[in-house]
Design a protein around this ligand. Structure first.
Ligand code: SF4
Ligand code: SF4
Length: 277
């Protein structure tokens, strides 16, 4: 299965090599940033009416996805970086489709419900503390690094172990598809920008160039049926797309390209051509 770092017609793709380096570095930084990506700390902060680092970061995720979709997932996310390391052990495609709903039904909705309940009970947010954690008392020095205490190692290895097991069992970036608590913030913004089609980062296709070789499908880090999607829609409209650009790098005909502007001639009409700049 192609790992899309090289394309026989274009040679080594430096952008994809850089992307791999970025996203794996993101994983290596997980012990530092874990507390800023924590669903538990948002609940604990809400219970004490404190808007903490995780809540602020997740708000930034949503706002950024209105412009660049799931770029975070493809280029920086620690979970995504570990997912791509796991892909070298378990390269089978993860199933796309209704299983993606697991992260909304069993993760996002219950989690949001608990946050809202605690927030209502606390009377709303009354303070902001980016570096807050439940063990912090007034006068404590700011603790920037997340994994320092013995219990935080348990949390860290539980998270990494859970991602590893899911990816091993279900395939490429399965955690991103089914279990990620960050993803719903990013899929929501991606959906909004894809429907409204204001200038935003996305992938379009000049379907007249497509040879239906499906190299894009093989390269897709999210196991999407890119060939079918772009030939039906002229752009990658799936909210599971993480804007990694692997499909663009793998396509031998230049059918796919990343762009900010929308060029669709007739929206979502199968086989319609794209007017190029
Ligand atoms: S978009 Fe490119 S890689 Fe995908 S099927 Fe068409 S020609 Fe092949
Ligand atoms: S469709 Fe392309 S950009 Fe989107 S996840 Fe798949 S390979 Fe990455």
């Amino acid at each position: 299965m192609s790992d899309n770092l090289d394309n026989p017609k274009r040679g080594i793709n430096k952008k994809q090599v850089a992307r791999k380096a970025f996203v794996i570095t993101g994983f290596l930084l997980l012990p530092v940033v874990l507390n800023y990506l924590s669903p538990y700390l948002i609940i604990a902060g809400a219970a004490q009416a404190i808007l903490n680092g995780s809540a602020i970061v997740f708000l930034i995720f949503f706002l950024s996805s209105l412009v660049i979709g799931r770029y975070w997932c493809g280029w920086m996310c620690p979970g995504g970086g570990f997912g791509e390391i796991c892909t070298s052990v378990q390269p089978k495609p993860a199933k796309d489709g209704w299983l993606n709903a697991i992260k909304y039904i069993f993760v996002f909705i219950p989690w949001m419900t608990v946050i809202l309940i605690f927030l209502v009970m606390a009377g709303g947010y009354s303070s902001v503390d980016f570096f807050w954690n439940p063990g912090k008392v007034p006068g404590d020095p700011i603790q920037i690094i997340s994994v320092v205490e013995p219990y935080s190692y348990i949390v860290y290895y539980s998270v990494v172990g859970g991602i590893f097991i899911l990816n091993l069992a279900a395939g490429k970036r399965a955690f991103c598809h089914y279990g990620c608590w960050m993803a719903p913030f990013l899929t929501l913004g991606t959906k909004i920008k894809n429907v409204l089609k204001y200038p935003s980062y996305h992938i379009e296709a000049d379907t007249s160039l497509c040879k239906h070789c499906k190299k894009c499908n093989d390269a897709c880090q999210m196991s999407l049926d890119v060939e079918r999607i772009v030939n039906e829609k002229q752009f990658v409209d799936s909210v599971e797309c993480i804007m990694c650009g692997s499909c663009v790098a793998a396509c031998p005909t230049g059918t796919l390209k990343t762009t900010w502007r929308w060029h669709l001639k007739k929206e979502e009409e199968p086989g319609a051509d794209i007017v190029r700049e």
